[in-house]
Design a protein around this ligand. Sequence first.
Ligand code: PLP
Length: 428
Amino acid sequence: MSTNYCFQGFDTVSLAKDYGTPLYVLSEDMIREKCRSVRESFLNVYSNTEAVYASKAFLTKAMCKIIESEGLGLDVVSGGELFTAKEANFPMGKVIFHGNNKSLEELEMAIDYGVGRIVVDFEEEIGMIESLAKAKGKKVNCLFRITPSIEGKTHKYIMTGQKDSKFGIPLELESLKALVDKTLKSPWITLQGFHFHIGSQLFENHIYDGAIQVIGNLAKELKIHQGMELQELNVGGGFGIQYRGDQKTRSISFFTEVIMKSVKNTFEGLGLSVPRIIIEPGRWIVGEAGITLYTIGAIKKIPEIRTYASVDGGLPDNPRPALYGAKYDGVIANKVQEEKTEVATIAGKCCESGDILIWDLKVPKLDSGDVLAVKNTGAYNYSMASQYNKIPKPGVVLLSGRRANLIVKRETYSDLLRNEEVPGHLEE
Ligand SMILES: Cc1ncc(COP(=O)(O)O)c(C=O)c1O
């Protein structure tokens, strides 16, 4: 039995030794458990439902394989995510393509690949899709993303459903009617329904009620005036997870029970048939399935102020604390048996004072060379990583039962320069 911190039965200090640090570690079993829970508590309980994983949270070809085998679809938001799914042979009919500024090239790619649905986010996109679809002789299924004017209780940077948002088509009845009219007349677009996404890291389930009511009212208007029958309603993702202390991760049914009840009451109450309901969880599926391992280097004690313990990564592999004050918990993996007698602030190695991973973490007496495991880094860490300060991105190890496999190699210094060129006149 190891005396070190274990994650999914693996000694994390050995993982750090074998693969180096910083290192993202992901548990396949935990991801599958979450997917299973989506199936058992949502898909198998309610008919006419669908669940797609929001791949922006974490996407690699291996992740596509896991999601496919668990029977979920995939939400992608760029040509790059779409390409990853295609390279992993993900069934394109189960892909939903989002984006608040899709380019013509990305839309063409989506139509060529045959994605299941394109989510229209701005007015001009309808014309772009229509001309591409016509040129290719392919009919395209679409949803409209509607901004429901609902404010989720979360950080401003991950709120999306409020009126003042760059996402979605504003809730202006007359202009929406005109857009719907235009789309219904097109022989190249099938308008399946609507989508909304209130925001991310939400803990209130009844926040979805308001948005569902907004869409219900809209559907009623459109049925009366345009004869449009809403087939599908995609309610987005946003289900929160616990990072540090206060807010606890809730079951998927905590959210979906309220959503499904609200949809039934709203639509039946308005005399409308209940549409197919789609959910798009990202963070909830993968967030808790990942940790990041670092090695502690410089330790600076500023008397009567604080102790900074710097690690060999930081902002480039996890920009969330600097971006919106995200809080994480961590443990000194090689000293889990020792009493936490000190408080240290875990700093990254970037040239930014804001590069602090964890403020005021209780730790045992620290030494350079200790291994820090930061918990719940599965979502929006690897996928948001950069090479700032020309720091190569860490590798990703996938733990599957008793096996550990590198699914993304650590970048090398040569990788950093792969696309660089020096013009001839500078070589002289
Ligand atoms: C349209 C859409 N769906 C789903 C998600 C996933 O959100 P979360 O990871 O919070 O579940 C996002 C996140 O930004 C989103 O924009």
